[in-house]
Design a protein around this ligand. Structure first.
Ligand SMILES: Cc1ncc(COP(=O)(O)O)c(C=O)c1O
Length: 447
């Protein structure tokens, strides 16, 4: 699209997340309208949104049911004071969310996004151990290349080097391990790499002294690591390790939550119940900033007591759980349940994966990964050396945008995660555009 001098001037005055504005100005995207699977830029050009905003618009943009719920809520109340009031709609939201969580994870604190819910879980776990007889437990184990948010605690739990090194020193008490994917070249099969990676988690907890380790925090499928998709057995091992050493297992389901992987939560997809789930993104379908921390009932009970005991959770945010966001969240969960979008994500996700597998004919795809409607394609220079193909991903960014397709491109891999309202014909269109853009990008890098 063509920028006006005013737009260019204003773009230089602002900051897109993790983005160099001078590069953005070269290939800008100013979006003024969105509906369903589509965006329209300021010039009126249409884009097919193959990643649901950024794993957010789970029901597509401006879903009528969510819009209507918010409109009705706006007639009643849009803000309640967070220290001395709550509205019925927020209680309804807490009830609805608690009813769809696995296990007993129905103690819920709503937030305004993913980082807030992660930040909160870190504090919650530390406070929990302080008031239940294990005051020395404070460390968190998490994955290199994981991403849990931009705030200081969430950043310390995250493992992507260059995003963090600019702000060092990081907070103390955060230990990193590698994901199974890191070890895959050392093993002849994927299951063995997973078992080894799980064993490393236990070895590190033991080496640190389990009485100092409070939590293990992990995305069931890590986006930033490249849609890293471990085996169910890996999570079974992590669950057993956490139980053995009294470590709280926290699933960061900011991306994987709300039917994306074929079940309401990836915890259910992988058949493992964590002690805490953190959610964000898809929870409001992109209509309002919304997140939530959901904790195991017996943990929640440790925060109830007489005022003098001072065991209440010492944490909060002004906009967290506001009535308007709660109304949006209620509508999203109801729509997922009524339309069985979890089942749809399974079947349509299989279809999407098969279509993406077809890209292997170009000889530059190592692997198609993911579950349900969250898929990733790893780009390599050739399938013998398996060397990452950075330049191809960078070229694909430009050709996809030119062809009116929005993907998340790393650039060594790209993610495809359309809204769950998509149908097979939409998947065909997305995959057709991916193929066209990939062919053009290949031509560009080979020239
Ligand atoms: C897995 C994961 N956790 C946490 C976050 C942070 O969420 P937010 O950007 O809403 O603060 C993100 C954001 O991309 C994420 O992908």
């Amino acid at each position: 699209m063509q920028l006006t001098p005013r737009q260019e001037k204003l773009l230089k005055l602002t900051f897109l997340d993790y983005t160099q504005m001078s590069a953005f100005i070269e290939t800008p995207l100013i979006i003024n309208k969105a509906e369903g699977l589509y965006y329209w830029d300021a010039d009126g050009k249409r884009y097919l949104d193959a990643i649901g905003g950024i794993f957010v618009a789970i029901l597509g943009h401006r879903h009528p049911r969510v819009m209507e719920a918010m409109r009705r809520q706006m007639e009643q109340i849009t803000f309640t004071p967070p220290m001395h009031g709550i509205s019925d709609v927020t209680l309804d939201f807490i009830e609805k969310l608690g009813a769809v969580t696995p296990g007993t994870l129905d103690y819920i604190k709503p937030f305004s996004g993913g980082s807030e819910s992660i930040e909160s879980a870190l504090k919650y776990v530390r406070q929990y151990f302080k008031q239940t007889g294990h005051p020395g437990k404070y460390k968190f184990v998490s994955l290199y290349m994981g991403y849990h948010g931009a705030t200081f605690g969430a950043m310390a739990a995250s493992g992507s080097g260059k995003r963090k090194s600019k702000f060092e020193p990081q907070m103390g008490g955060f230990i990193k391990v590698f994901s199974p994917q890191h070890y895959r070249n050392h093993f002849s099969d994927w299951a063995s790499a997973n078992r080894f990676a799980a064993q490393m988690v236990e070895d590190i907890i033991v080496a640190e002294d389990p009485e100092t380790v409070a939590g293990l925090i992990i995305e069931p499928i890590s986006n930033t690591g490249g849609i890293v998709t471990p085996t169910s057995e890996y999570f079974e091992h992590l669950r057993a390790i956490c139980d053995r050493h009294r470590v709280i297992l926290v699933f960061d389901e900011v991306i994987t939550g709300f039917a994306r992987t074929g079940a309401m939560f990836a915890a259910q997809t992988f058949g493992v119940t964590p002690d805490i789930i953190c959610a964000g993104k898809g929870l409001s379908g992109g209509a309002m900033p919304l997140g939530a921390m959901m904790a195991r009932a017996d943990m929640g009970e440790a925060f109830l007591g007489p005022v003098e005991a001072e065991v209440q959770f010492a944490h909060g945010h002004t906009y967290a759980g506001n009535p308007l966001a709660s109304a949006a969240g209620l509508a999203v969960i109801a729509e997922i349940q009524e339309k069985h979008l979890d089942q749809k994500a399974q079947s349509l996700g299989t279809y999407l994966s098969q279509k993406l597998e077809g890209l292997k004919k170009f000889g530059v795809v190592r692997e198609v990964r993911g579950k349900g409607m969250l898929r990733g394609v790893e780009l390599v220079k050739d399938t013998r050396s398996m060397e990452p193909f950075h330049k191809l991903g960078l070229a694909l960014k430009k050709t996809a945008l030119k062809n009116g397709l929005i993907l998340r491109i790393n650039p060594d891999w790209f993610a495809v995660a359309p809204a769950l309202i998509a149908e097979e014909k939409d998947i065909d269109e997305i995959c057709g555009l991916i193929e066209k853009s990939l062919v053009e990008a290949l031509r560009e890098v080979q020239a």
